[in-house]
Write a protein that binds this ligand. Structure first.
Ligand SMILES: O=C(CO)COP(=O)(O)O
Length: 257
């Protein structure tokens, strides 16, 4: 379960939220083997999160929201993979729909970002998902599988199985309009079928596929009950410790329909 904080919370607020999250998970005896818990704060929070996680030996992992394709040099405003791995980041989100939309990121660029993250020992969370127009047209499955192919271009089978794919339908992000479990399953299954076709069954079975878009503690169990949904990439609900802890503890929640 990964919480993408987007552009929210300064470093002091980050420490407070991670502290609270750790306390709730500890009090509820969260089983990290059942659900890994990952926070994805803004860059400016990472050093503080690292200090807290290391100092208190927390089982919570953390990652970054983006990475530069360049190793270093005259790229004002960018952050390299080496900088992020030095900060203890286990994950890097690449190709989030907000970066695709507001920064013109293409599948080819996303594939390069995934490759630099992997080369630095981090796991890319490669985001894909269709907009509302494509959904209305009914071409969302081929649209998303094409994004998967393009956003993993050039990666080896081993690199793909070490990656995470997040299906986030753009129309469900921050809108409160969650995809139904059947909608999420349809596309996550197609993603896995595409992975099997491109890289073989073993890779398809190993690669984790997440759903993202208006996930909450009240709807996560039904999504997680679907065969091809392995986890969630959570936005808004990850900013509230109790709510995100509830999502991580989906296995304790009743499946509400
Ligand atoms: O974009 C998302 C996570 O990356 C989803 O955001 P919301 O959970 O706020 O809809």
């Amino acid at each position: 379960m990964a919480g993408n904080w987007k552009m929210n919370l300064n470093h002091a607020e980050a420490v407070s939220l991670v502290n609270k999250l750790a306390t709730v998970l500890h009090d509820k005896k969260h089983d990290f083997a059942k659900a890994e818990v990952v926070v994805v704060p803004p860059f400016t929070d990472l050093r503080s999160v690292q200090t807290l996680v290391d100092g208190d030996h927390l089982s919570i992992k953390y990652g970054a929201q983006d990475v530069s394709i360049h190793p270093n040099g005259a790229y004002t405003g960018e952050i390299s993979a080496a900088m992020l791995s030095k900060l203890g980041c286990a994950y890097v989100v690449v190709g989030h729909s907000e970066r695709r939309e507001y920064h013109g990121e293409t599948d080819a660029l996303v594939a390069e970002k995934a490759a630099v993250a992997l080369a630095a020992g981090m796991t890319p969370i490669v985001c894909v998902g269709e907009g509302i127009e494509i959904r209305r047209e009914g071409t969302h499955v081929p649209h998303v599988t094409a994004q998967v192919v393009g956003s993993l271009a050039g990666l080896s089978a081993d690199q793909v199985s070490a990656s995470v794919i997040a299906y986030e339908p753009v129309w469900a992000i921050g809108t409160g309009e969650v995809a139904t479990p059947a909608d999420a399953q349809e596309v996550c299954r197609a993603i896995r079928a595409q992975l099997a076709e491109s890289y073989g069954d073993e890779v398809a079975a190993k690669t984790r596929v997440l759903y993202g878009g208006s996930v909450k503690a009240s709807n996560v169990a039904a999504l997680m009950a679907e065969t091809d949904v392995d986890g969630a990439l959570v936005g808004g609900a990850s900013l509230v410790a109790e709510e995100f802890a509830g999502i991580a503890r989906f296995y304790d929640l009743p499946v509400l329909s």
